[in-house]
Design a protein around this ligand. Structure first.
Ligand code: AMP
Ligand code: MN
Ligand code: MN
Ligand code: MN
Length: 285
């Protein structure tokens, strides 16, 4: 049986970052949807890893440790997923802590921008939706603005308030690409470029991302993800082959109320690609 037909879901979020389910509820949902190999990949945070691994064991699923690191690259934000690293490694623990560190001030600045267009109390409001106060994110602001009736759905909040040029957007400096890849690989894991189609890079910019990522030791890209269209599976499958990178699959599930792609429900990886989990056999729990 080629390992590409395994139902692996290696990208999702819990209440430890900007998801709405606990690690245990996610594990249960993944299992119910047929997931065989799972990873919880909270943004810039690994505090949910022990619970997720234990819950996966309880459900009878294989598990890989995971996180999704926020990175600044040529003036844009790029997400790098780490899989199979040692969660006790001091360098990745410290690196993630530093990456999370700026979020509190950023959130206060975002609230100030929103106050200027008449939306008051957004910092406190967003915090009420954050399961982990160290990890306040734009998603929590979006939930607050939906809750107070300013917008109908989170997508609309992002479009009107939280993206570049909009009142609640704040420029932020995240980790460097090099640091993020090094933290993951030096802790025994594999670095993966998350949802490459989302960045809207030019061909040259994308080439720079893929080649620099590879030069730093990155080994995979997400091909089948909730953020890609079927046409993009084909485009990025071809990129994986062209750059000699393995391929990953993950729903990027955040919430039953918000996510259009559920855990474990995406198409399988195309058979000609090397699944990222083939590089991580010794790290699977
Ligand atoms: P942050 O790390 O605080 O910048 O928040 C980024 C998160 O916001 C992403 O991981 C998504 O969960 C969410 N997000 C980004 N863009 C959108 C969008 N257009 N609609 C809904 N959620 C979004
Ligand atoms: Mn998110
Ligand atoms: Mn992401
Ligand atoms: Mn994600």
């Amino acid at each position: 049986m080629p390992s590409s037909i395994l139902n692996a879901d290696l990208h999702c979020h819990s209440v430890v970052s900007d998801g709405t389910l606990t690690p245990e509820a996610l594990a249960q949902r993944a299992k119910a949807n047929g997931v065989e190999l799972w990873a919880l990949t909270d943004h810039d945070e690994i505090a949910g890893q022990a619970r997720a691994a234990a819950a996966a064991r309880e459900q009878g699923m294989y598990y890989l440790t995971g996180t999704e690191i926020s990175v600044s690259f040529i003036g844009a934000t790029v997400h790098i997923v780490g899989l199979g690293f040692d969660p006790g490694n001091a360098a990745i623990i410290e690196g993630l802590k530093r990456t999370r560190g700026g979020r509190g001030q950023r959130a206060m600045d975002m609230a100030e921008g929103l106050a200027q267009v008449g939306i008051h109390g957004a910092y406190e409001g967003a915090l009420r939706f954050a399961g982990n106060h160290d990890l306040i994110s734009r998603t929590h602001f979006a939930r607050f603005l939906v809750d107070t009736g300013v917008c109908k759905e989170t997508n609309e909040v992002f479009r009107k308030y939280l993206t570049e040029g909009k009142p609640g957007f704040v420029e932020h400096r995240w980790a460097s690409l090099k640091d993020a890849v090094n933290w993951i690989t030096q802790a025994g894991g594999v670095a993966v470029i998350a949802h490459p189609a989302r960045y809207r890079f030019t061909a040259n910019e994308e080439f720079a991302l893929f080649s620099e990522f590879k030069a730093h030791g990155g080994q995979a890209i997400e091909v089948v993800t909730g953020s890609h269209s079927a046409a993009e599976y084909v485009t990025y499958g071809a990129s994986a082959l062209e750059f000699g990178l393995a391929a990953s699959r993950g729903s990027d599930f955040h919430s039953p109320d918000e996510s259009h792609t559920d855990l474990g429900t995406l198409p399988l990886l195309p058979g000609e690609l090397t699944p990222v989990w083939d590089l991580l056999e010794s790290r699977i729990q």
